[in-house]
Design a protein around this ligand. Sequence first.
Ligand SMILES: [Zn+2]
Length: 154
Amino acid sequence: MSLERWEKLLKGEGCPFCTPRPEENKFWSKVCSFSVLSLYLHKSQTYRGYALLIFDPRHATKPSDLTVEEWESFCSVLHVAQSAIEKVVLPAHMNVAALGNQICHLHWHIIPRYQDDPRWGAPIWTTHESEMQVVSLPQGAHQELVRDIRAKCI
Ligand SMILES: [Zn+2]
């Protein structure tokens, strides 16, 4: 990524995670909104249940941009969303990451892990994104997963 692009993203210019966000696009389906975050099921389901939890109130790039109250909400919603996903997809383990290296708008990656997944025993991002396996669910199965996780969030 060029330094110029990074500087724009830091300021929120062209940020794809700023609101308003589409409920559905080629990357995600919205599951639900919480106090300061919205949960989206990723369209790539190589790791069944893989979801993004994105900060809603404004463009923020790191935890220190938040008030203490926002940070507490950010973490408590993560607990609710992660628990909901776990109950639905029954993973062997869960990875949670807030990296922001490509899109710096504050968000969590919630990544269920399975002993037969392509990167078991390692982070999912150890290869270039173009080399990563992409598994998409049939539309009906994807929407069923969205509904099941939503039901556990409420
Ligand atoms: Zn943003």
